[in-house]
Design a protein around this ligand. Structure first.
Ligand code: PLP
Length: 389
């Protein structure tokens, strides 16, 4: 049986169109785009077409604002290290408590070498207080790095307002948009973001390719120091096939963005409403007002998320508890803890993240199978059948 895959915030299926576009560059077109001969050199224009497709999806002014990297983590690291190297006199970074480890762990490293980091709080809906951001900025602030959409809850932060604050106060603004690119329309020609990270495998391109948008005029210092590739901004022979795949994935995402925001959103809402109706002691984690159309993070009180996942897995349903990077660890989600989600719900929180490949039948299958799983687990839970004991 084909699995019912609702773990697309962890990674997504490579689109068949993407795979077909990549195939020649894994077989006969294997030249190095930096070579002098025609065989290799001609490949360069395929990279440039992919760059134009990424820029187009983001609504960027100029394809040269896109740098290809190996993953979202590299894009995030590049944004931070580039900014601090370009502004060596400033030693303060503002971020949030709910970022991905690709940001949080860099910040904690920088803290250990003398940087001051402000971690903004979120409220119980997962939202930021922009007054707290305003008051955190000072003359020493080099960078504000705030994610666009949270990978665990799907909560979308108001990056338009944050970008405006950063611009007014003269601070560089980076956003980790790894979860939102392809799911929400972008117009970077109007939005004053300086740096933006995205990652191919979250939008039906392969793993191991990503990009960093760097607005023209933003001071930049390479993170991967090496050859002249990417106009000297990222050394390393280009991952041509995957870059071409990312370009096609961006074209598809642009075409499918309405579907994501209507059909996929409806499927997500159907799943969520059915869960809330059929199962007692359940909560949706994160605001329902400003959220990715594909994500639902649901807490089931008094049971272990891991047990739910195992039972779902037996039925061929792939979901996850929190982020793929922290699942497997027994630490309760830092995102849900920061939101003050009650402990009895944190342990039993599950993320369902859909994609354009999910069907109504699959959602019906989950709706049919989930309630009896929860009921059985509650019967054997130490808290007993009635939940609170
Ligand atoms: N940022 C966010 C918000 C993510 O969800 C992820 C991956 O889950 C990353 C960064 C890291 O991306 P990658 O897996 O491409 O390194």
């Amino acid at each position: 049986m084909k699995p019912v895959y609702v773990d697309n915030n962890a990674t997504s299926a490579v689109a068949p169109e993407v795979f077909e576009a990549m195939r020649p560059f894994l077989t006969e077109e294997y030249g190095n785009p930096s070579s002098m001969h025609t065989f290799g050199g001609k490949i360069h224009r395929n990279i440039e077409s992919a760059r134009a497709a990424v820029a187009d999806l983001l609504g960027a002014n100029d394809p040269s604002e896109i740098i290809f990297t190996s993953c979202g983590t590299e894009s995030d690291n590049t944004a931070i290290f580039s900014t601090i190297r370009s502004n060596p006199e400033k030693k303060h970074i503002i971020t949030t408590k709910v970022e991905h480890p690709a940001i949080l762990n860099v910040c904690s490293f920088l803290e250990s070498v003398g940087f001051k980091i402000t971690y903004l709080d979120v409220d119980n809906t997962g939202m930021l207080d922009l007054n707290e951001l305003q008051s955190a900025i000072d003359h020493n602030t080099a960078l504000i790095t705030v994610m666009h959409a949270n990978n665990e809850t799907g909560v979308v932060f108001p990056i338009e307002e944050i970008a405006e604050i950063a611009r007014t106060r003269g601070v560089v603004f980076h956003t980790d948009a790894v979860q939102s690119v392809g799911k929400i329309p972008f117009a970077l020609n109007k939005l004053p973001v300086d740096l933006l990270s995205l990652s191919g495998h979250k939008l039906h391109a392969p793993k191991g390719v990503a990009a960093l948008f760097v607005r023209k005029g933003t001071k930049f210092s390479p993170y991967m120091i090496g050859g002249h590739q990417e106009h000297g901004r990222r050394g390393g022979t280009e991952n041509v096939a995957s870059i071409v795949g990312l370009g096609v994935a961006c074209q598809l995402a642009k075409k499918n963005i309405n579907d994501e925001n209507t059909r996929v959103r409806k499927l997500r809402d159907k799943l969520e409403e059915a869960i809330l109706k059929k199962i007692p002691n359940v909560r949706v984690n994160g605001t329902t007002e400003s959220r990715l159309p594909n994500t639902s993070n649901v807490g089931f009180e008094f049971i272990e998320g891991e047990s739910i996942l195992l039972k779902l897995d037996e039925k061929g349903i792939c979901a996850s508890s929190g982020s793929a990077c922290t699942s497997g660890s027994l630490m309760p989600s830092h995102v849900l803890r920061s939101m003050g989600v009650p402990f009895t719900y944190i342990q039993g929180s599950i993320r369902f993240s859909l994609s354009c490949y999910n069907t109504e039948e699959e959602i019906n299958y989950i709706i049919e199978n989930l309630p009896p799983i929860i009921e059985r687990l509650r019967l054997i839970s130490p808290y007993g059948k009635e939940g609170k004991k």
